[in-house]
Write a protein that binds this ligand. Structure first.
Ligand code: SF4
Ligand code: SF4
Length: 351
C-alpha cells in the first residue's frame, strides 16, 4: 500500500507539539531514561552552544515526488510549503556575505521548487566552497523536465548528496517506495555518465544510508566498502563517500516506531549508545537551518519540530551572523539520535 504523509492522513503526529509531547513524556517523564539535557549535563556539555557558522542549510520546501517511510520532513506530493523567490532573494543576500564554507540545499525534493534553477544559478555565483544539493535521485527520472539535471548540476559544480538506503531493490523499495531502486540506479548511472562520482573527479557524488528499521546504523567505513563493491559489480556505478546516519525519532519515523511498538526500545537503544564525545560535533554547533518561509532553526530536525531558535534573530530578513554565534541550542530527546555511537548528522559520522 502506498505511504501517505502524516499531513495527508491528518495524523495527530502531523503536529509538532504532539511529537514533542511524546518525546518529553512517558519514559523520560517518569525517570526511566534520562532526558538529553540531563545526559549532556553529566559531562558539563549543557547548554549546547553554537560555534562559528560553517554550514548554511536551506530548505526549499516540503514537496517531494516520493513519500519515504521514514522521512523526517513528512514530505510528499501533497505538501505545498515551498520557498518563494522573495525569500530566496533574502537568502542570497546572506549567501553573498556569510563566512560559512558550505551551502546545503534540501527539501522535500528541492528541484521541485519552480525557482530552484534560478536560485542555484544565483547562489553558485557567490562561489561558496562546497555547494551541496540533496537530490533524491528519482526526481531526475520523474519527468522530462528534470532529465537534464545531471548536466545542470555539472554546469554549476554542485556537490550532489543522495539517499540510498541499500544496494538491493527489496530494502530500498521497502523504505522509499516501489520502483525507487530501479529509478535511483538509472539516475546514478546518468550522474556517472557526466562525470559525477568517478574516482578523482571534482564532481562530488555522495550517498546517504539510513537504517530501514528500528535499529542503529553499523560502521560507516565498512558499509561504504560494501556499497561500493555491490553497486560497482551489479550496475557499474561509482560514488565518492557514504554517510551513515541514524534515524531521528520524529515525523514519519516516530510514527513508524509507535505503530510497530518499537518506540521505547528504540529510545533505550539510542540512550545506551550515547557517546559524550559526539556531543561537541553535533551538526547544530556549526550549522544554521533556514525553513521554506525564511525562519531560522538550529538544525533541520528542530525545524520540523518547530523548536524556536534562542536568538533575537528569528528570520533570514534580520540575519546577523555575529548575533547568532554563541546562542544556546534548543534540544529535546530526539537529539539522542545525533549522539549515538560515533554520532551522526546529515553529513554522516561526526565523532
Ligand atoms: S526522505 Fe527525502 S525523498 Fe523521501 S519523502 Fe522525505 S524528502 Fe522526499
Ligand atoms: S537534533 Fe539538532 S539540535 Fe539536537 S543535537 Fe541534533 S543537530 Fe543538535
Amino acid at each position: 500500500m502506498a505511504i501517505k504523509s502524516l499531513n495527508k492522513r491528518q495524523s495527530a503526529l502531523a503536529k509538532s507539539e504532539k511529537q514533542l509531547q511524546i518525546l518529553s513524556n512517558g519514559i523520560f517523564q517518569n525517570g526511566e531514561l534520562p532526558t538529553f539535557k540531563a545526559k549532556i549535563s553529566e559531562t558539563n556539555q549543557f547548554p549546547l552552544q553554537a560555534k562559528k557558522l560553517e554550514i548554511l542549510q536551506i530548505n526549499l520546501g516540503y514537496m517531494c515526488n516520493q513519500v519515504c517511510a521514514h522521512c523526517h520532513v513528512d514530505a510528499g506530493p501533497d505538501r505545498k510549503e515551498i520557498m518563494t523567490r522573495d525569500t530566496m532573494q533574502q537568502c542570497l543576500e546572506v549567501i553573498k556575505t556569510t563566512g560559512a564554507h558550505t551551502l546545503d540545499l534540501t527539501g522535500g525534493a528541492p528541484e521541485m521548487n519552480p525557482d530552484f534553477r534560478w536560485f542555484v544559478e544565483e547562489a553558485a555565483k557567490a562561489g561558496i566552497k562546497d555547494f551541496i544539493v540533496r537530490s533524491n535521485l528519482t526526481i531526475i527520472r520523474a519527468n522530462k523536465k528534470y532529465h537534464d539535471l545531471p548536466d545542470f548540476f555539472k554546469k554549476h559544480q554542485v556537490h550532489v548528496v543522495s539517499s540510498m538506503p541499500h544496494w538491493t531493490r527489496g530494502k530500498t523499495d521497502k523504505q522509499r517506495g516501489d520502483g525507487v531502486f530501479d529509478q535511483s540506479i538509472k539516475a546514478l548511472q546518468e550522474l556517472n555518465a557526466v562525470g559525477y562520482g568517478i574516482p578523482n573527479s571534482d564532481l562530488k557524488l555522495d550517498l546517504v544510508y539510513n537504517p530501514s528499521g528500528a535499529f542503529l546504523p553499523g560502521d560507516q567505513a565498512a558499509m561504504e566498502k560494501d556499497f561500493k563493491k555491490a553497486l560497482k559489480e551489479d550496475f557499474d556505478i561509482d560514488f565518492h563517500q557514504l554517510f551513515a546516519i541514524t534515524n531521528l525519532p520524529i515525523a514519519r519515523f516516530l510514527d513508524y516506531l509507535i505503530a510497530s511498538e518499537n518506540y521505547e526500545d528504540y529510545m533505550y537503544a539510542l540512550v545506551e549508545a550515547y557517546n559524550p564525545a559526539a556531543v561537541k560535533n553535533v551538526m547544530c554547533t556549526n550549522t544554521l537551518s533556514i525553513s521554506w518561509d525564511g525562519y531560522l532553526y538550529d538544525c533541520d530536525f528542530n525545524q520540523m519540530l518547530e523548536l524556536p531558535i534562542n536568538s533575537k534573530v528569528k528570520h533570514i530578513s534580520e540575519y546577523n551572523e555575529a548575533l547568532l554565534e554563541g546562542r544556546n541550542i534548543a534540544i529535546s530527546q530526539h537529539c539522542y539520535g545525533c549522539t549515538a555511537g560515533a554520532g551522526s548528522s546529515c553529513q554522516g559520522v561526526v565523532a
